[in-house]
Design a protein. Structure first.
Length: 234
């Protein structure tokens, strides 16, 4: 147990450059506290102490601002940075070495009692405010941009941004934790740029046609000067 707690503290230092001391991490990191509470709640849930599990989860939400259903499955070295507003649903599954920022939702889209929340692979980074909704898989090493709404499966190593989320970058070699939003592609700006390029191409084609028509009209006026009339037979 103590080795697992030590690993949790080391994970905070590895994924948050703002962490200064072990005492600060122990006292001031709600993401860490929420994970520890969840382990107790999840043990209760798995041993059919359902109400107790929910009560512990509810108390953890009150203390940390992070809501993790006791039925959720969470891997090792999971870190929630800041954490306020995070919601993780009952059938959500999270792999190892996942980094999640505040206001993320792992939500469901069905009222049926079955798997209805996402499965997050290993080494995934989920930006602030992202919503991942439905019982699909986010592949290992994927990056979800801040504010994205993901409703479809994400391939391993892909980068997803936008509403609804779209893959804007396929799998590429990169560090395990890397979500520099300044470097993320902007699919909306890219689409607008493509439209503008097409518009410029059409405008160039119309101008070329106009010049050709002008030249043809000028050639016709030279051949038949204005005012010249054809002789009429008597």
């Amino acid at each position: 147990m103590f080795s697992r707690l030590r690993e949790d503290i080391q994970t905070v230092f590895a994924k948050d450059p703002a962490a200064k001391s072990v005492l600060e991490v122990l006292l001031c990191y709600p993401g860490l506290h929420a994970i520890w509470y969840h382990r107790i709640a999840n043990w209760c849930w798995r041993h059919r102490l359902l109400l107790l599990g929910r009560l512990i989860s509810h108390w953890a939400r009150f203390l940390t601002g992070i809501e993790i259903h006791p039925g959720a499955t969470i891997g090792r070295r999971f870190f929630i940075d800041h954490g306020m507003g995070v919601v993780i649903g009952e059938t959500a599954e999270i792999g190892d070495d996942v980094l999640m920022y505040h206001q993320v939702t792992l939500g469901g889209t069905s009222l049926e009692k079955k798997k209805r929340h996402p499965t997050i692979g290993n080494n995934v980074v989920i930006g602030a405010g992202a919503k991942i909704l439905g019982p699909f898989v986010v592949g290992d090493g994927a990056k979800i941009g801040a504010g994205s709404v993901v409703i479809r499966e994400v391939p391993p190593g892909a980068t997803v941004v936008g509403i609804p989320g779209k893959v804007v970058e396929e799998a590429t070699p990169r560090p395990a934790v890397d979500l520099d939003h300044a470097a993320l592609p902007d699919p909306v700006a890219e689409a607008i740029s493509n439209v503008l390029q097409a518009q410029q191409a059409l405008q160039g084609a119309f101008e070329c046609m106009a010049r050709n028509l002008q030249a043809m009209a000028e050639a016709a006026n030279i051949t038949h000067p204005v005012g010249e009339q054809e002789s009429q037979p008597h």
